[in-house]
Ligand binder design. Sequence first.
Ligand SMILES: NC(=O)C1=CN([C@@H]2O[C@H](COP(=O)(O)OP(=O)(O)OC[C@H]3O[C@@H](n4cnc5c(N)ncnc54)[C@H](OP(=O)(O)O)[C@@H]3O)[C@@H](O)[C@H]2O)C=CC1
Ligand SMILES: O=CCCC(=O)O
Length: 296
Amino acid sequence: MPTAAPGATKIGFLGIGIMGNAMAANLIKDGYDVTVWNRSADKCAALQAAGAKLAGTPAEVVSSCDITLAMLSDPEACLAVAMGPDGVASAMKAGKGYVDVSTVDAATAQEVAAAVRGAGGAYLEAPVSGSKGPAEQGQLIFLSAGDRQLFDAASPLLEVMGKASFYLGEVGAGANMKLVVNMIMGSMMVSYAEGLNLAKQAGLQQADLVEVIKLGAIACPMFALKGPSMIEGKYPPAFPLKHQQKDMRLALALGDEHAQQLPLAAAANELYKRARAAGYSDADFSAVMDAVASRK
Ligand SMILES: NC(=O)C1=CN([C@@H]2O[C@H](COP(=O)(O)OP(=O)(O)OC[C@H]3O[C@@H](n4cnc5c(N)ncnc54)[C@H](OP(=O)(O)O)[C@@H]3O)[C@@H](O)[C@H]2O)C=CC1
Ligand SMILES: O=CCCC(=O)O
């Protein structure tokens, strides 16, 4: 396994969406030789202008790189890219590593790990906490699990893209940690939306509520960041609502696996589903505000 040093190690990046674009840009800025692929190739233009090479398939990326990362929507996308035609597994071999930083469930991570390891490669799951801003600022938190040697080899990359990395053990632990964190976050967002809506109905200034919370025991960066735009009914996508609802769905399934009651998360998930039905899938997850406000 190579140690990931700028210039020496060839890095692949699959999935150039909101997060992948920002993360790959930081690797390029830090001097890494980066090859990118995206299903919709036009989204790679900015990275190409910044020096990235463009590949036609995931397999082409893996063939030409030592460590390949993936930042993809959901389990279906991760499985398609890993095991589909011209996928990661078809080009994987000993000495190469695959680091999937997407948010999926443990079963998906384990299935991808088996395909990568079966082809002789090393596998690390490393889903991230932190949204578009922290991705751009290199302030993500990596929740890693899998091949420890690959974690060590990839750590210089994680240090460029993030502020902290956890090694949590066997494949699946990273996915589960991420889903628990996002379940809490999704429920918190719904509670905040309910509070903002109730304040308005009760004749209070919503901006006052944002300020009161900022000063008190429940202050948190998410409320301070999202509150002003929620009051304006504006939801520029940093974390698409469809991904939050996917995470709630996967977290509830994890709860079912362990017979853990999750009534609050289940109720929150219904509001994210209502928001998706109302057309907010590609808006920021804070758009759940409008689902809470809905009188239908
Ligand atoms: N945004 C955020 O704040 C955070 C997101 N995450 C997680 O990171 C992952 C990516 O999120 P984000 O970047 O915001 O999402 P985007 O929707 O911006 O990007 C999704 C990426 O997945 C690709 N994709 C989707 N379906 C397929 C498919 N079937 N085959 C190949 N590629 C596919 C998209 O390609 P195309 O461009 O062609 O559609 C795109 O590159 C998700 O798992 C999300 O839950 C984690 C932390 C924070
Ligand atoms: O999964 C993405 C959630 C966004 C965040 O962690 O702030």
